[in-house]
Design a protein around this ligand. Structure first.
Ligand code: ADP
Length: 614
């Protein structure tokens, strides 16, 4: 156990530290006060959540705090598997020894890491040893009285694998969820891990890094910092890799910079991504002109539907502003699937402080042999356990007709029963118009209270702002860079340069003919040289076009794409981009061909859609 890390070495878990102090440390230190007020501290506390989120760290920091307090509190830490033995009865004996030791050295905290190995769910298939161990542990915990000055803490990544009997009152009666860190927590964890560096990266860069590491757990962030240091060493002292003699490394010369972190980021696959990739993603710069208005409207709806503390990770107080009798929920629908592809992930990104549970077609069928209704129940249970939480049901129609009646009834009744006292936000997306939604789903969302939002196809100004990027190539490179600070500064710089190097068309800025100016302008902060595609683009047609020609082309495109879905617009964009890259003699002709080809396909689709409806 790393004994030197105290609570100051933990980032982003202030609430957890407070709870642990109140529930474990203070009752042991100030037992007399608790007794006077007849407060009964819990006998057991269960830490659960994804791996690497700081469960063991909090427990070991607690041990350090215990030993530094005036009244000594002993701390016994064991891994679940440490207690197992191949000899019959030996494992139970080990457990008994631990509890006897705790009695002798009380006040005492017993910590079982990976407790699922020690007390897995007892079933007919489970071997006798485990069943008997669980029974022994239950008996030992039952033997502790409320003022025994012994607290047992268990940590697990798989709470469902733990015997339910252990989670009854009197045993592990309090559970503490350790989620993947949100933006603010990631920033704090990064700060903790660079705390002792002589030359620290700027706070602004840390914020950028935190925004780029969605899905990273605490240990991933620690690994990222370590890898960045190694990248810095590699960059400054490449010779040490080829030499057997020891070189002198001057640590003053080792300034871990932005490029080292960006390089390190490419070398690290976060633990959560190895299991499943959650669709959490801010709107890319490219699609922002098309969808930002829809996103802003949905966000303001959520402000009305959700209690304020749910939307804001900082505030813990506040009353529900919603008049709804339901728990907060919203159904995003529309024939354009941009809600599932872009808006849903962008909402999850904005709400990443809420533990997110995804109920999609993969999660329903990922385990062979498990019925869909069982998966739905488990998902709902997990979401209810980590309140306030977010249940994301993307593209509900993709599985609605695949599952049987039982699963549908289970889903609808579980959602219907959630009243406003439950802080669970349910975001559902469905690719169809609001009047086409199956009635069993539609009834769950009250249209009059704004719980149904139909995403509208992009309007002409939105399409115009989107397609102008074709001719304004500098906007391409910065897509998907989330940090608001960094982005705004990037944009500001770009704006300034653009004014210098380009001529404007109406209110819009169009790329200039100056190649050097363009190249400089398109390099986003810290992202290396322009891509091959960008280079070709600058030297090709978009540069040759005059401002009037660009206007004409834009007008044509915007006019031809009336009522097109975002998906169709994005496909057209990609195709037009390719057309522009090629050095055609006649850009107008090539773009015309492309537009006509697309329009024909889309026109052909339209009657089919109508036929399907009728
Ligand atoms: P878990 O027990 O949840 O699987 P650990 O507590 O063992 O994860 O975390 C592994 C390492 O990750 C820790 O030693 C620590 O360096 C780092 N870490 C995890 N969470 C945090 C955090 N909140 N703050 C600082 N470091 C963290």
């Amino acid at each position: 156990m790393s004994g030197d890390k105290d609570f100051s070495c933990i980032g982003g878990l202030e609430k957890h530290i407070r709870i642990v102090k109140e529930m474990v440390l203070f009752p042991l230190l100030y037992g007399d006060v608790y007794a006077k007020f007849n407060l009964k501290p819990p006998r057991g506390l269960l830490f659960y959540g994804p791996p690497g989120t700081g469960k063991t760290l909090v427990a070991s920091a607690l041990a350090v705090e215990c030993s530094s307090a005036n009244k000594k509190v002993s701390f016994i830490s064991r891994k679940g598997s440490d207690c197992l033995s191949k000899w019959v009865g030996e494992s139970e004996k080990k457990l008994q020894t631990i509890f006897t030791m705790a009695q002798q050295t009380k006040p005492c905290i017993i910590f079982f890491d990976e407790i699922d190995g020690l007390a897995p769910t007892r079933s007919s298939k489970q071997d006798f040893v485990h069943a008997s161990l669980v029974t022994t542990l239950l008996a030992l915990m039952d033997g502790l009285d409320n003022n025994s000055e012994i607290v047992v803490i268990g940590a697990t990544n798989r709470i469902d694998a733990i015997d339910p009997a252990l989670r009854r009152p009197g045993r592990f009666d309090r559970e503490l969820y350790f989620p993947l860190p949100c933006f603010k927590a990631r920033k704090e964890i990064l700060s903790v891990h660079i705390k002792h560096w002589k030359q620290k990266p700027a706070q602004k860069f840390l914020a950028y890094l935190a925004s780029q590491t969605v899905g990273f757990c605490g240990s991933d962030l620690q690994a990222l910092c370590a890898e960045a240091v190694m990248c810095c060493v590699r960059r400054n002292y490449p010779q040490i890799y080829n030499s057997s003699s020891k070189h002198h490394i001057n640590d003053r010369q080792l300034k871990v910079g932005k490029q080292d972190f960006l390089q390190a980021q490419q070398n690290i696959v976060p633990a959560s991504h190895r299991v499943a990739v959650a669709p959490i993603k801010s709107l890319s710069m490219k699609v922002q002109p098309l969808l930002q208005n829809n996103l802003t409207e949905i966000s303001s709806r959520l402000e009305v539907l959700c209690p304020p503390e749910m939307l804001n990770s900082e505030s813990n107080i506040g009353k529900s502003s919603s008049k709804s009798t339901n728990c907060p929920r919203i159904l995003l629908c529309g024939n354009d699937d941009s809600h599932t592809r872009h808006l849903g992930p962008a909402l999850l990104h904005n709400l990443e402080h809420l533990p997110c549970h995804i109920l999609d077609v993969t999660s329903l069928f990922e385990e062979t042999g498990r019925a869909a209704e069982e998966s739905i129940i488990l998902k709902m249970k997990a979401a209810r356990r980590s309140l306030p939480s977010l249940l994301y049901v993307p593209d509900i129609l993709s599985w609605w007709s695949l599952v049987d009646e039982a699963a549908r009834v289970v889903f609808t009744s579980l959602i219907r029963d959630l009243d406003r006292s439950i802080n669970m936000l349910i975001i559902t997306t469905a690719t169809c118009a609001s009047h086409e939604i199956p009635p069993e789903i539609a009834i769950l969302y009250d249209e009059h209270q704004g719980e149904v939002f139909e995403v509208r196809p992009p309007e002409s100004q939105e399409r115009r702002a989107f397609f102008i990027q074709l001719f304004n190539s500098s906007s391409d490179g910065i897509s998907e860079k989330g940090s608001q600070d960094l982005l705004s500064s990037t944009r500001r710089t770009k704006g300034r340069r653009r004014v210098k190097n380009s001529k404007s068309v109406g209110s819009e800025l169009i790329a200039s003919n100056s190649k050097t100016g363009m190249r400089k302008e398109c390099i986003p902060l810290g992202e290396g040289p322009p891509t091959k595609r960008q280079k070709m683009m600058y030297a090709s047609n978009s540069e040759k076009l005059s401002a009037a020609e660009v206007q004409e082309l834009l007008h044509k495109i915007v006019k031809a794409t009336e009522m097109w879905t975002s998906h169709q617009l994005e496909s057209l964009y990609a195709s037009l981009e390719l057309t522009l890259e090629k050095s055609f003699v006649d850009v107008f002709y090539a773009m015309d061909v492309c537009l006509t080809r697309f329009s024909n396909v889309i026109e052909k689709l339209r009657p089919c859609e109508i036929n399907e409806e009728t």
